[in-house]
Design a protein around this ligand. Structure first.
Ligand code: ZN
Length: 133
């Protein structure tokens, strides 16, 4: 398989969107049995993380915690006015790598892959690459 696929996500102002099923579909389409899957946010104010998919309060609390840890500050100089979103994005990170085994993502029972929006609402693009090996 050459190139990569993209997942498009319409986000909220700040939000966490579970994209696990859409990544699973790409892994399935790739035909790769064993390898790795890279999920990468092509943005500077939206990141990718893996966290709990059972209790939606976890996502609410994570967004609230990141808001408390990285608040918007009047001393920030960036003219776009969204330095807090840049900070949160680098804290979360731009990508995750998940093992693919027997054609399936190797995720724990309560793990989901999330696009984390810190400066929405916007349409975001996530690049997904599945590599055999
Ligand atoms: Zn900016």
């Amino acid at each position: 398989m050459s190139g990569y696929r993209t997942v498009e996500v319409d986000t909220g102002r700040t939000s966490m969107t579970d994209i696990t099923d859409r990544v699973r579909d790409i892994v399935s389409d790739s035909g790769v049995g064993d390898g790795i899957c890279v999920v990468f946010s092509m943005h500077t104010t939206a990141g990718i993380t893996i966290n709990e998919n059972a209790d939606p309060d976890v996502q609410t609390d994570m967004l609230h915690g990141l808001d408390m840890a990285f608040p918007d500050r009047p001393e920030f100089r960036h003219m776009e006015g969204n330095s807090h979103a840049h900070l949160r994005t680098s804290c979360v990170g731009p990508s995750v790598t998940v093992i693919v085994s027997d054609g399936e993502l190797v995720l724990g029972t309560w793990q989901g892959i999330y696009l984390c929006e810190f400066d929405g609402p916007r349409r975001r693009r996530v690049a997904v690459k599945v590599v055999e090996g």
